[in-house]
Design a protein around this ligand. Structure first.
Ligand SMILES: [Zn+2]
Length: 266
């Protein structure tokens, strides 16, 4: 079985001590490709640099809503340059977060819109973070959708109506360890009916470790645990779920079809 962890922050210092071992453990469970999204320009650059070291390692570059309050004037040009890197497959993670509002909405909104426009211009998919901002996120995505915008709502934890609206806009939904949590019955109901060609799996490591690893540092190997729960919920054999999510990830992010993995660190 082959899996793709479509959202895993392996460039974070949490993994500086044992990144190679983490990648070996992922490969041992069939996770042979992953996408590491940046949260700001420096993180995006680290992710892109790491991506050039392993064939199965891909990067996304973007500015997270939390970081959108502290941007230099020419940040979008710098981001545009980062997107030239060969292993960068998406703009992300970008979006709106009205739960923490570490940055005010007045900073989040223009940063989100600018990055959606850049993604369209560069013909790259987007990785969207949204928390307690369903209406605002939908309005922004609707505005940006000219028929060419593709992307995923990552670590989906929203309502059924939000899920439907995102699917209508052409987006995929990606499920993290949250879907394995005891209290997540409503989310499991959503995960049960997402169309088979619109579902992805991710860890969001180092955060949100799935059951039975809850509370520990999360890592790409654990996306298999989330995949097993998704298969159960959807009454699908786990092999089929693995194949569907892998095909969906390769199609959205235009990843190579080979099971390249993390064997040959350069
Ligand atoms: Zn993330």
């Amino acid at each position: 079985m082959i899996w793709i962890d479509t959202h895993t922050h392996l460039h974070e210092p949490d993994f500086d001590g044992d990144r190679s071992e983490v990648l070996q453990r992922a490969q041992a469970r069939g996770v042979t490709q992953l996408i590491d999204p940046g949260e700001d320009l420096a993180g995006s650059q680290r992710s892109a640099a790491l991506a050039s070291q392993w064939p199965g390692y891909f990067a996304a570059c973007g500015v997270h809503p939390h970081e959108s309050g502290a941007l230099q004037e020419d940040w979008i040009d710098e981001l545009n340059l980062l997107l030239d890197h060969l292993k960068v497959v998406a703009v992300g993670e970008i979006g709106l977060d009205l739960h923490y509002t570490f940055s005010p909405l007045s900073a989040q909104q223009p940063a989100f819109e600018a990055q959606l426009a850049l993604a369209r211009q560069r013909q790259l998919p987007v990785i969207v973070h949204t928390r307690e901002a369903e209406e605002e996120t939908l309005a922004t995505l609707r505005q940006a959708q000219d028929g060419s915008l593709t992307g995923v709502i990552h670590s989906f934890a929203g309502s059924a109506s939000f899920a439907k609206a995102c699917l209508d806009l052409g987006f995929l939904l990606s499920f993290s360890g949250i879907v394995t949590f005891k209290t997540a019955d409503a989310l499991r109901e959503v995960a049960a009916w997402v169309p088979a060609d619109r579902i992805l799996v991710e860890t969001d490591a180092p955060y949100l470790a799935p059951v039975p690893h809850r509370g520990k540092r999360n890592e790409p190997a654990f996306c298999v645990d989330t995949g097993q729960v998704l298969a159960q919920v959807r009454r699908t054999p786990v092999e089929v779920l693995a194949q569907q999510t892998t095909e969906n990830a390769r199609r959205l992010f235009r990843l190579p079809q080979q099971e390249v993995g993390f064997g040959e660190s350069r």
